[in-house]
Design a protein around this ligand. Structure first.
Ligand SMILES: [Zn+2]
Length: 119
């Protein structure tokens, strides 16, 4: 076990493997589950590793990869690239995606959130 948070608790993405995998969702599911697995591997391999640092590194890599793949193709009339045609447009799209994925995460709300009422 590493740190205060058990690494095992981060593996708890049961939806990933439970999903019925279609042709289209398979690369998404694979990238998603392998990113989580990689975080757990790094944490397991280094008892002193800061989980926040690991998570920030994973996020930095994900953002890097995402931005690389969203470079416009150069055709001014391309409809696919309309939403990502400028750095500002890409940031807006990235923010939208991060918000959506966060809200879909089982960890979006935590029982220890400071705004959770204790009635
Ligand atoms: Zn294009």
């Amino acid at each position: 076990m590493s740190g205060i948070i058990a690494a095992g608790s981060l593996t708890a993405f049961p939806n990933v493997t439970a999903n019925t995998q279609t042709e289209d969702s398979q690369p998404f599911d694979e990238a998603f589950s392998r990113a989580v697995d990689l975080g757990n591997q790094i944490a397991d391999g280094d008892d002193k590793a800061d989980l926040w640092d690991i998570a920030d590194g994973l996020l930095a890599g994900a953002v890097q990869y995402w931005l690389y793949t969203r470079q416009p193709c150069g055709d001014a009339r391309c409809e696919d690239c309309l939403a990502i045609g400028t750095a500002e447009a890409r940031m807006a799209e990235l923010r939208r995606l991060v918000e959506q994925l966060s809200e879909e995460s089982q960890y979006f709300h935590a029982p220890t959130d400071s705004n959770v009422g204790r009635a």
